[in-house]
Write a protein that binds this ligand. Structure first.
Ligand code: NAD
Ligand code: IPM
Ligand code: MN
Length: 361
């Protein structure tokens, strides 16, 4: 029997609720495919600040470094908004990404046919939409030095090296080879030197991929294109901050931010988390959509553990649940029957196991 250790970091707000459902699905996959998942659950974010006075305590660092993959919910708590940087929940997440050196953040955006009515975009704009945001995750403004604040002046630094750009560009071109073979590199090269280096380096890397078309697009135009002509995009390659913003914008195409999963990959264990945050107003109410977290389990199986059949089973079960009308409040339209976080988890679990029974008959 295959055996994997997964560090599970539920985090804050709706994080624990959506991760509870993701874990149930992971366990159903274990049952169906006879895989043993040993779960090592640890605190991160505000939850960890409360128990250990650190958003990424030593026990959590140890757990992630001895795991095959890390599954994280979300971090963020309004009560810590004014805390010093070392005690902010977000600092725990940023430190974790750096610790694992997961520089490549993959954020796929697919449209479930059954959910076409959930997006405010006209259905004809959504036809053929299937894109992948490849976001650089361990550089740029989030990490640049110097940084800080001195009274009425504050500073952050945007810096990238050629090596950092090359490695993320290769991820984008490799991904494009398994898709529609188009890379749209997003920058602000009309203004920023960093973007000029980005453009030059991506072009250079692209020469090794003559079968993939490369286009460059300024970030302001890319933001517009995402909603005006999203089907014209395939792989969107961009730096850390632009990728953060554009991926939430892309969630509008899918119908809810609560649907989007992500995989953050480097050379070692990967970090897997839904794109959304801790959504404090939704916490503790059984209303959050767990599909993003459950789809994240599929990415963990596919990219983190190289178990494509198990990943497909999760994706198929999600699609079948949505096709059968499962709707959390964020997806509901007038007349729909609304279900909660736990019930959405139950529907997907049942379908993962039902597919197993089908396979036996
Ligand atoms: P958010 O992603 O938590 O919420 C944005 C909007 O999307 C809200 O309207 C929310 O209700 C909705 N939403 C998010 N997830 C949902 C789900 N699963 N189901 C249904 N609706 C969902 O972003 P925010 O409100 O700007 O930030 C809240 C906190 O989360 C902040 O502390 C922020 O720093 C943190 N955050 C963390 C992460 C992360 O851990 N990866 C990501 C984004 C934001
Ligand atoms: C995300 C979040 C994080 C980011 C924050 C919470 C640090 O918005 O994962 O998209 O900006 O990367
Ligand atoms: Mn974000």
């Amino acid at each position: 029997m295959k055996r994997y250790t997964i560090a599970v970091l539920p985090g804050d707000g709706i994080g624990p609720e959506v991760i509870a459902q993701a874990v149930r699905v992971l366990e159903a996959v274990g049952e169906r495919f006879e895989i043993r998942f040993a779960l090592d659950t640890c605190p991160v974010g505000a939850a960890a600040v409360r128990t250990s006075n650190s958003p990424l305590p030593p026990e959590t660092r140890r757990a992630v470094t001895r795991s095959h993959a890390v599954l994280l919910g979300a971090v963020g708590d309004p009560t810590l908004d004014d805390a010093p940087r070392e005690l902010r929940p977000e600092t725990g997440l940023l430190t974790l990404r750096k610790l694992l050196d997961v520089y490549a953040n993959l954020r796929p955006v697919a449209i479930h046919a059954a959910l076409a009515g959930c997006s405010p975009l006209k259905p004809d704009r959504l036809r053929g939409v299937d894109l992948l945001v490849v976001r650089e995750l361990t550089g740029g403004l989030y990490y640049g030095e110097p940084r800080g604040r001195n009274g009425k002046r504050a500073i952050n630094t945007l810096a990238y090296t050629t090596a950092e750009i090359e490695r993320i560009a290769r991820v984008a071109f490799d991904a494009a080879r398994g898709r529609r073979r188009l890379v749209t590199s997003v920058d602000k090269a009309n203004v920023l030197e960093v973007s000029q280096l980005w453009r030059e380096t991506v072009t250079q890397v692209g020469r090794a991929y003559p079968d993939v078309r490369l286009e460059h697009c300024y970030v302001d135009t890319a933001a517009m294109r995402l909603v005006s002509d999203p089907a014209s995009l395939d792989v969107v390659l961009t730096e850390n901050m632009f990728g953060d913003i554009l991926s939430d914008e892309a969630a509008v195409l899918a119908g809810s931010l609560g649907l989007l999963p992500s995989a953050s990959l480097g050379d070692g264990a990967g970090l897997f988390e839904p794109v959304h945050g801790s959504a404090p107003p939704l916490a503790g109410r059984d209303v959050a959509n767990p599909v993003g977290a459950i789809a994240t389990v599929a990415l963990l199986l596919r990219h983190g553990l190289n178990l494509p059949a198990a990943a497909d089973a999760v994706d198929d079960a999600i699609a079948a649940a949505l096709d059968a009308g499962a709707r959390t409040p964020d997806l509901a339209r007038p007349g729909d029957q609304i279900i909660g976080t736990k019930e959405m988890g139950s529907r997907v679990v049942e379908l993962v196991l039902a597919e197993a029974l089908e396979g036996l008959s």
